[in-house]
Design a binder for this molecule. Structure first.
Ligand code: UDP
Ligand code: MG
Length: 314
């Protein structure tokens, strides 16, 4: 069995077309399921999903009790998918369903992770392209992950990898990082993104920033070492400056003229201290969130009648 997992946040206009395109592609396979995770949509998404799941037995859905974010929706998909291989793709048809047979072929060749990389696409907005490029560059520099530019959440995972991901206990799971981190035999495929079928992007600038911060802080503690480095630099500078002042005091007549330097140094040191306290605060905040051990997401509704009570997942 092959599972297709689709996160959907306010995608009412896309779902029906998506399901039909997916079914057309998947008809050549014996057994498959389409698991759509409604990430707390406020439009008719849930209603559309109920109709689709009643009309087609292959369609299942999970509905979150509120918006938990794209990464959480994918995670719920991995937790609840039943297939031997799990393929994730976006609801807006930007990830071409026609590429699915290629992914499956690679999986049958023995690859356990078949991930895709977005080809440089002039249709994509300049803003998205640049922010994405610099984000991956920064992430590669601060962590030891080897994530490529344009890596997307469009990928096939073998059951083994999905079960490994389920063992991750952290709330803030950055999947692209985690999947690169777990290893296994990985294979890369290039794809050309299509235009969004209907509606507007559901990834606001705020959500992009959140994803970036989560990616960096969950795969690196290197920013914390920055404070040590800066501390040493300041210490060295203070030493040199101190030596100079002492020399002036004892061997020259130029005495109380250093007021400007004093003020400048105070401001500088104060600023550096605030930055460092901030960095420590970010990680402390993350620890706080993880220690609470709240459920990563809450299911409010599903297509399975017997499971339609609230389910708590770690
Ligand atoms: N999405 C989600 N929760 C969110 C934001 C987005 O489940 O909070 C889904 C969305 O429905 C889509 C996928 O994540 O299926 C990618 O989002 P989108 O297409 O808006 O992002 P973009 O392609 O603009 O980066
Ligand atoms: Mg999209």
């Amino acid at each position: 069995m092959i599972s297709l997992v689709v996160p959907a946040f306010n995608e009412e206009e896309n779902l029906s077309v998506l399901v039909h395109r997916l079914m057309a592609v998947m008809s050549q396979y014996e057994c498959y399921e389409i698991l759509i995770v409604d990430d707390g949509s406020s439009d008719q998404t849930r209603h559309v999903l109920r109709q689709l799941s009643q009309a087609y037995p292959a369609v299942r859905f999970i509905s979150f009790s509120r918006n938990f974010g794209h990464q959480m929706a994918l995670r719920a998909g991995y937790d609840n998918a039943r297939g031997e291989a799990v393929i994730c793709l976006d609801a807006d048809l930007q990830h071409p369903p026609e590429l699915i047979p290629t992914l499956i072929e690679k999986w049958r060749e023995g690859y356990e992770v078949v991930y895709t990389v977005r080809q440089a696409d002039p249709k994509l907005s300049w803003f998205k392209r640049t922010t994405s490029k610099y984000f991956y560059q920064l992430l590669r520099n601060v962590s030891n992950l080897k994530i490529e530019d344009g890596a997307a959440d469009f990928r096939l995972l073998d059951r083994k990898v999905v079960d490994t991901l389920k063992q991750f206990k952290e709330n803030d799971l950055f999947l692209r990082g985690a999947i690169s981190w777990v290893g296994f035999r990985q294979c890369r495929i290039l794809y050309e993104p299509a235009a969004r079928y209907a509606g507007r992007s559901k990834y606001s600038f705020r959500k992009m920033l959140q994803l970036a911060a989560m990616g960096i802080t969950s795969f690196s503690t290197r920013p914390l070492y920055l404070s040590v480095l800066l501390g040493f630099t300041m210490f060295l500078m203070a030493g040199l400056f101190g030596a100079e002042t002492l020399y002036e005091h004892f061997f020259t007549d130029a005495t109380v003229s250093g007021w400007t330097t004093l003020v400048l140094l105070m401001v500088l040191i104060g600023g550096v201290q605030f930055i460092m306290i901030g960095i420590i605060g970010v990680y402390l905040g993350k620890t706080f969130v993880e220690v609470k051990g709240r459920p990563a997401y809450i299911i409010g509704d599903t297509s399975e009648i017997e499971e339609s009570v609230t389910t708590w997942q770690a």
